[in-house]
Design a protein around this ligand. Structure first.
Ligand code: COA
Length: 180
């Protein structure tokens, strides 16, 4: 098994791209049809990814969307974490912690203010163990594919991780695009 590596989207080889999608198909069976052709969840493409490769397989993955959002009208450069996954037989061995950690190191190196992700309530304890913080009772506005402003998908919660900025500005978070 290799170490975690950061791959910029501009340098992502087609066979590695296909391997990432293959593991996402396994890890998100409900969305297999989508991941069999794309990784750009809700049209939001990653600008870099953290992966662990074992032979031909990608065994752990986190994608990062770079986006200039606004919180209470204050611009914020965020590292939007998406498609976090570890192959089922390798879960519980710290691989998720490793890919998230290196992805956020890279985000800080790129000068981003904070990490931002959306997840179901059942995933909150996992991200909290990895240092992420909840953004409770916070309206989040996304722009869907028709250009309509919408709230987050029902049931999803926002979490953030301090990077260059140590506090998250108060007020409504406007994603200036769709969620990820
Ligand atoms: C979620 C997922 C990526 C976790 O991968 P993993 O490699 O098993 O996670 P790790 O072993 O790195 O765990 C990281 C930390 O979270 C903790 N943790 C993991 N799952 C947890 C859970 N369900 N509840 C609470 N804590 C959890 C671990 O104990 C570890 O903390 P520790 O190092 O302090 O002990 C994996 O289960 C998966 O691919 N699931 C399917 C896809 C998915 O749901 N992705 C998340 C979408 S938001």
């Amino acid at each position: 098994m290799g170490a975690v590596q950061i791959i910029d989207e501009s340098g992502l080889a087609p066979d590695l791209e296909a391997s990432i999608r293959r593991m996402l198909v396994v890890c998100f069976p409900k969305d297999a049809a989508f991941f069999s052709r794309s990784r750009a969840w809700h049209g939001s493409a990653p600008s870099f990814s953290a992966v662990v490769v074992d032979g031909e397989r990608v065994i752990a993955h986190a994608g990062v969307v770079e986006r200039r959002v606004a919180a209470g009208g204050v611009p914020l450069g965020v590292a939007g974490v998406q498609n976090v996954a570890v192959l089922p037989e390798l879960r519980g061995t710290g691989l998720c912690r490793q890919v998230l950690g290196l992805a956020m190191d890279e985000a800080l190196r790129r000068g981003l203010d904070c990490g931002l992700l959306f997840c179901e309530p059942k995933s909150v304890p996992l991200y909290a163990r990895c240092g992420w913080l909840e953004l409770p009772d916070r309206p989040v506005v996304r722009v869907d594919s028709d250009g309509q402003e919408k709230p987050l998908v029902e049931g999803n919660l926002a979490m953030w991780l301090p990077l260059a900025k140590q506090s998250f500005p108060a007020g409504t978070v406007h994603l200036r695009g769709n969620d990820w």
